[in-house]
Design a protein around this ligand. Structure first.
Ligand code: CP
Length: 309
């Protein structure tokens, strides 16, 4: 029997390993259905999902919308940049106004403030799904990364996974550390001192300060963008110097296992954290598979949260 008891998805920290398995199994079901590009379901017919992106997004926003529409839901997209937030309305007043107008059955939110999805969840009468808040969590990104790894390696357990780059400012790194250690992965993070937090988001993760030390034996190499929008000042001397030490090239990738696969949540900064020929390597790069998996994973999350009796 499926295990899933959550009312919201504001982080993977709240999920048990069994609940993560339930989401991934449901997501694989939808991934199989989506092999037919015309697949549609009316599972969420008559339900309204409110989309609140207070930060920019391409992948997450589009795949949430695709997922909602594939399940037959009505998707209400608020153009925050042109809303009355700009006229001094409080965050809570904006949320309560939108709840009163749209009467949603689910809310998807991205916000730069730590804990904004939990704040909305405390005031909303429906499930809230976090599409990324500050550097805290990006749960559906970690779930789609896990689905992609499972599809290509068959398991998450006992895989050695390196997450490399701006660990300090990355919600993707935080959610992946929590999820992958929970599922039995051997997780390591690789970053310069200035981009390595003192305390990591999960116990049991090993820190390294060079690709040479951290990549040997790795099954998965996950690269991260420098999150400049969350840095108070530049944490690196120059992008060229950073690429020289921390950019993933074919030579650096050769330090990992011969069948190691490369991931990146996007958006990528080519020539800063990853070389073109690694990002585009048809045998090693899973990057476009990750973005495609955003749709079935978000369908699974909406199904499990909104389709309750
Ligand atoms: N990975 C990710 O969250 O990408 P977007 O910012 O484009 O949604």
């Amino acid at each position: 029997m499926d295990t899933f008891t959550q009312s919201h998805l504001t982080g993977v920290a709240a999920l048990s390993a069994e609940e993560i398995d339930t989401i991934l199994e449901r997501a694989q079901y939808y991934a199989d259905q989506l092999a037919d590009a015309s697949y549609r379901s009316d599972l969420l017919k008559g339900k309204t999902i409110l989309s609140l992106f207070f930060e920019d997004s391409t992948r997450t926003r589009v795949s949430f919308e695709m997922a909602a529409r594939r399940l037959g839901a009505d998707w209400v997209n608020i153009d925050i940049d042109r809303s009355s937030v700009n006229k001094g309305e409080s965050f809570l007043d904006t949320i309560q106004t939108l709840l009163a107008i749209t009467q949603p059955h689910g809310i998807v939110v991205r916000h730069k403030e730590y804990g904004a999805p939990d704040f909305i969840a405390a005031h909303a009468p429906c499930p809230v799904i976090n599409a990324g808040d500050s550097w805290r969590e990006h749960p559906t990104q970690a779930l789609l990364d896990a689905l992609t790894i499972k599809q290509h390696k068959g398991t998450l357990k006992d895989l050695r996974i390196a997450i490399c780059g701006d660990i300090a400012h990355s919600r993707v790194a935080a959610s992946n550390m929590i999820l992958l250690t929970k599922m039995g992965g051997d997780v390591r993070v690789i970053a310069p001192e200035a981009l390595m937090p003192d305390k990591l988001a999960a116990e049991g993760v090993t820190k390294f300060h060079s690709l040479e030390d951290g990549l040997p034996g790795c099954d998965i190499v996950m690269m991260l963008r420098l999150q400049k929008e969350r840095m108070e000042q530049s944490a690196i001397p120059s992008e060229a110097a950073y690429f020289n030490e921390y950019g993933l090239t074919q030579d650096k990738l050769a330090l990992a296992k011969p069948d190691a696969l490369v991931m990146h949540p996007g958006p990528m900064n080519r020539g800063v954290e990853i070389a073109d020929d690694v990002a585009d390597d048809p045998h090693r790069s899973l990057i476009l598979k990750q973005v495609a998996n955003g749709v079935p994973v978000r369908m699974a999350v909406m199904d499990l949260l909104l389709n309750k009796p």
